[in-house]
Design a protein around this ligand. Structure first.
Ligand code: DGY
Length: 322
């Protein structure tokens, strides 16, 4: 069968072997950049059974109509999130959609939420800028006085696998953990707050770990930002649009919250311009899953899902099972 890979992913030679072993014909987009919409449309018209997409590819009805012969059977998204894919449109065409959830990605994302919180609490972006500007004139007890972590409350919005890992790391900092989730997590009823607003009001740090859906879009907005402690730091390693970025910028400017750390943006690759001007903001270019272990496992899973799905078996990470 024929497979199109929208971008050469890390460890490709190694992880793609099962596709070759299964006898598939694999076409990899040759350029080291995001494939243009027009280019992927043209590719799909050529007829493929499987597609490996990244979160940069929007897979919607308008794209799928280019699969003129209805040949596509499996779309393996190289990410845990799959908000770039219209599941309804895929379901209508009986296309299986898969993602790449794994411990390696969970570790990696939880591993970035923490440095964002730590760096903002200790004002590292400002301190680093200060050093680069050769502004340090000698030890000064008044400069860059940050916040303590011990005894502070970490509020986790979305207690799934990643949220859980972020929570476990809080033990070492002797922090109190509270969480908001649709329901309490089995075995972790302690710290469960059924109303997000209450969690936001209590927390010194808030870390977001929900998928982007119509329910979670702008879940953090001007209205509930006003409930945060003025000393609170908000961190987003999930999806940009879970927050209303303009309103976060406004809250930072007005001193309604103390800091924002984000790896994801509403309109990637461009963060809201206001965020770029603030010294209490730390932004990274969507690198939460960018560790060798995570990247490799994501590739292995995307390939495994294609192999299984194209063999007519249920892929292990099917997200549209109905
Ligand atoms: C994911 O897996 O959804 C991440 O955002 C990719 O880095």
């Amino acid at each position: 069968m024929r497979i199109f890979v929208a971008r050469k992913i890390p460890f490709w030679e190694e992880v793609s072997k099962p596709l070759v072993d299964a006898g598939h014909e694999v076409v990899v987009y040759p350029n080291h950049k995001q494939i243009e919409r027009k280019e992927i449309e043209i590719e799909i018209e050529k007829g493929y059974d499987g597609l490996l997409t990244l979160l940069t590819e929007k897979v919607d009805e308008e794209l799928l109509v280019h699969d003129k012969k209805g040949q596509l059977k499996v779309i393996a998204n190289y990410a845990v999130g799959f908000d770039n894919i219209d599941l309804e449109a895929c379901k209508k065409r009986s296309i299986a959609v898969t993602n790449t959830p794994c411990n390696e990605v969970n570790e990696s994302v939880a591993g970035l939420a923490w440095p964002l919180m730590l760096a903002l609490s200790r004002r590292l972006p400002e301190a680093s800028e200060f050093m680069r500007n050769a502004a340090y004139r000698g030890w000064d007890p008044d400069i860059f006085v940050g916040r303590d972590m011990k005894g502070k409350t970490l509020g986790i919005v979305g207690m799934g696998r990643i949220g859980g890992m972020v929570a476990r790391r809080a033990v070492g900092f002797e922090m109190k953990v509270v969480y908001f989730n649709r329901t309490a997590v089995a075995g972790a009823t302690e710290g469960y707050i059924p109303k997000m607003e209450e969690l936001l009001a209590q927390s010194d740090f808030v870390s977001l770990h929900v998928p982007l859906t119509s329910e979670t879009r702008h879940m953090i907005n001007g209205k509930n930002l006003s409930l945060f402690k003025r000393t609170a730091i908000l961190v987003n390693t999930a999806r940009g649009s879970i927050v209303d970025e303009a309103e976060v910028g406004e809250a930072l400017r007005a001193g309604v919250i103390a800091g924002y750390g984000a790896d994801v943006f509403e309109n990637e690759p461009d963060p809201h311009p206001e965020l770029l001007m603030m010294e209490n903001v730390l932004l990274t270019p969507h690198i939460a899953s960018a560790t060798e272990g995570a990247r490799k496992r994501m590739g292995e899973l995307a390939v495994l899902n294609l192999v299984e799905g194209l063999a007519g078996r249920t892929p292990p990470n099917l997200v549209n099972s109905e």
